[in-house]
Design a protein around this ligand. Sequence first.
Ligand code: COA
Length: 377
Amino acid sequence: MYISGIGRTEFGFSKQSLPQLIYKAIYEAIKDSPISIEQIDAIFVSNFLSGLCDNQLHLNSIVSSLLPELKIPIIRIETACSSGATALYQSLISMPHYRNVLVVGVEKMTHVDNIKLTGHIASASDRTLDQEQGLIFPANYALIAQQHFQRYNSTHEDLVLISYKNHQNANLNPLAHFNYKKVTMEMIENAPLVAAPLTLFDCSPISDGAAALVISDKRTSSRDIEIIGMGIGTDFISLSQRKELTSFEATKIAAKKAYDMAKVGPEDINVAELHDCFTISELISMEDLGFCKPGEGKYLVREKRTMIKGDIPINTDGGLKANGHPMGASGISQVYEIVMQLRKEAGKRQVQNANLGLSHSLGGIGGTSVVHIFRGE
Ligand code: COA
């Protein structure tokens, strides 16, 4: 199966409505693909919060209203922050029935008051075990960071380096949320605390945006990128139910499935997009995906190996940290970036000799994890 077209909007604050964001991403993806909108057989729409933020559900029907001539199957997918990656997974599962499908993800969050929005985001955690205890998302990931620091002697300075790298990469990405912002190490080191040890610059921002992909069962042009591996893993929804907090079991399961299907290993990957909703999850995900042993992610960071010019560049678009995190769209925009890299169209942030790419997306606090592997020409 092949990705024959990609499209996205800018991430960040947007005055556009949900339907306008969706339309723009679809328009860009179709413009980028040899496949026309009339050739699309089905659409998968991913979104997490529009019910809570806008009292707008039934997004599949919204998409149908935007494309009234089609009357094709359109299905909404939700797995919290990994909704976009799960929609791609589901579209691939459906491919024996279709020739071309479209995957589009959207989120609009910046218009909602931050306290209210933090509550809405917490709906991805367990109501009784987490939400009623006040365990909001930054606090969950802060607990994970505390445990990782204690067990492996990783430090907050490692997270500062991850944040700095991702902000630098976003400066090279014109569509990124923080493309405009010049961030220094001093700004990150002196940032206000959000949930100890995590500070403002450890958190992904609140972003609006949409992204879309055209998937085809056969190669349509020399710019197509092949999808060679996919896997989903799941786990308990609440950290309080897990055996350990310093890794995500769901990612290890998803990665094994994807590597086995692709017949490659972590050492073969040239460029990766990892779910860095908080900087600690980039560190842990490197370990869970096998880029290094458990507890050794800090060395990849300290030795600059995850930078664009390193041997395993991670989050070249700025990651969720600085490209932005419009949750329903994030998993799809990660794939957008991998396609740009494997097509050698990533401009100033191009990784040299990138042939195999990987995308990784977490839902909630690792209750869902989705991994895809891609091959260029
Ligand atoms: N990283 C860096 N800078 C950020 C930022 C972030 N995550 N979020 C906001 N800022 C900056 C803004 O650009 C603004 O800078 P300026 O004064 O130079 O313009 C400043 O901080 C204040 O912005 P504001 O929107 O008022 O921030 P806030 O305090 O309302 O929100 C957080 C900050 C961290 C609470 C918010 O971004 C957040 O909740 N992030 C986590 C989202 C989340 O949980 N996602 C799910 C992950 S699974």
